[in-house]
Design a binder for this molecule. Structure first.
Ligand code: NCD
Length: 304
């Protein structure tokens, strides 16, 4: 039962609980009109202390499509946070008015802290460079949709593995499925943090490389990511690394015919627009699936 629970990291939910969410999302996709007023009278707070396009729009759209309502902010300067109110006090207050809270913060651990203060479910919509569990739900639904199963994939994870929270969450989640093998592709400076690789050691096969070209033909899934400019201390270092990988037609020619290319978006330069129409590139479809899995998540957390 997910009713009343928080979602801070993807493994807060068991594999069975996730399967239930995916089945509900399937059913919403098949018959959206059956769900158009299941959240009538419910309110969701959407608190974004960091920029967002897909996560905020897909959550808000999800709640409205379920017949509920949304209130919140995407500019924290309009809330009392700007007067120095603690996140904990802000959470306690807002929890009095709504049925669940979606929050994105630049600070690692913010969602966890909020969950301790809140009387309603907290959904982590990204906490700094740490985790982004609802992007992972989106990613898993996408893999399941295109590959039919979450088991037995060689998954290339490419780009900013150091700061990419979507990546940290995805690796954590995919590690629970049978025979997942990872190829981590990044420059040395943006390697996967040790706290992530430590959890894999001895359990999950993974290799690390800085050469995307060389591994293209081995991959079933390629998860691309943006170099996270806002998390760099030095702008110079960012400028040096930002175009390290560019996925283009030439690289795609080497890939399997049933590869899928995913990206949480926004993309900057790491995927050339020339391959957007390649049927293997599913990142915009992935963004759409994100709304359906969020509809399923809201329903289960509210128990409607
Ligand atoms: C990601 C994020 O915010 O972490 N975007 C998203 O939610 N789809 C990825 C990113 O910003 O690079």
């Amino acid at each position: 039962m997910l009713k009343g629970r928080h979602l801070i990291v993807p493994t807060d939910f068991t594999v069975d609980e996730l399967n239930d969410l995916f089945r509900l999302a399937d059913s919403i996709i098949a018959n959206p009109s059956n769900y158009s007023d299941v959240c009538k009278g419910k309110l969701m707070a959407s608190l974004f202390f960091e920029p967002s396009t897909r996560t905020k729009f897909s959550f808000d759209a999800a709640m409205y499509r379920l017949g509920g309502n949304v209130l919140g902010f995407s500019d924290p300067n309009t809330s009392s946070a700007a007067k120095g109110e603690s996140l904990s006090d802000t959470t306690k207050t807002i929890a009095n008015y709504v049925d669940l809270i979606v929050c994105r913060s630049p600070k690692e651990g913010a969602a966890k802290l909020m969950s301790k203060a809140s009387s309603v479910p907290i959904i982590n919509a990204g906490d700094g460079g740490h985790q982004h569990p609802t992007q992972t739900l989106t990613d898993l639904l996408t893999i399941r949709y295109y590959k039919k199963s979450l088991d037995n994939h060689v998954v290339g994870v490419c780009g900013d593995l150091k700061f990419g929270r979507t990546i940290h969450s995805l690796v954590k989640a995919l590690s629970r499925y049978d025979n997942t093998r990872f190829i981590f592709i990044s420059p040395e400076e943006l390697k996967m943090p040790e706290y992530v690789t430590k959890e894999l050691e001895g359990k999950i096969e993974f290799v690390q490389t800085d050469n995307l070209d060389k591994v293209m033909d081995k991959l079933d899934i390629l998860y691309m990511s943006r170099v996270q400019r806002e998390r760099f201390v030095s702008e110079e270092e960012y400028l040096r690394l930002k175009d390290y990988f560019i996925l283009d037609q030439q690289k795609m020619q080497k890939a399997k015919s049933d590869l899928i290319v995913m990206h949480p978006l926004p993309r900057v330069n790491e995927i050339s627009t020339e391959i957007d129409n390649d049927p293997r590139c599913v990142y915009f479809e992935q963004a759409k699936l994100g709304m359906y899995i969020r509809m399923a998540l809201i329903m289960r957390l509210l128990g409607v």
